[in-house]
Design a protein. Structure first.
Length: 138
């Protein structure tokens, strides 16, 4: 899989995000085993359905443009989009490099229109070998 990584020009400290959260143990949690299997298979549909980040609403409050950028990406037809960990970076999953590069161009055009300078926009590939190695560790 290929990704578009979109990083705003602001810092959000993980400690500040976690300070504002009250993670409920009965909240929805995706099945990690299903996600690992989907990642290994490169099954973008299953991965998309399993994406969840309980910290995202807090990050959205701290960086208002996150929601706007995600909405733009979704309007472009990319639904596998989420905030990384405690944010504020966004990642978008795509099927191939050309698709990621096409989206990268559209996102850059979006930022030029909005005069939002300083955002980092990068194309990256999933490192499955690293993922597999990490899973085999005790």
């Amino acid at each position: 899989m290929w990704h578009l990584i979109i990083s705003p020009p602001v810092k959000v400290l993980a400690k500040d995000v976690y300070k504002e959260t009250s993670l409920n143990l009965t909240e929805y949690r995706p099945d990690v085993r299903i996600m690992v299997h989907a990642i290994r298979k490169g099954d973008l549909g299953s991965i998309k359905n399993g994406l969840h980040n309980a910290l995202e609403p807090i990050v959205n409050k701290k960086v208002a443009d996150i929601s706007k950028v995600k909405d733009f990406v979704k309007k472009m037809g990319f639904n596998a989009v989420n905030v990384t960990g405690s944010g504020p970076t966004i990642f978008v999953l795509t099927n191939d490099r050309k698709e990621a590069e096409r989206l990268e161009k559209k996102v850059r055009e979006y930022f030029e229109e909005k005069a939002n300078n300083g955002w980092g926009i990068f194309v990256a590939k999933t490192a499955i070998d690293s993922f597999d190695c990490a899973q085999s560790q005790p």
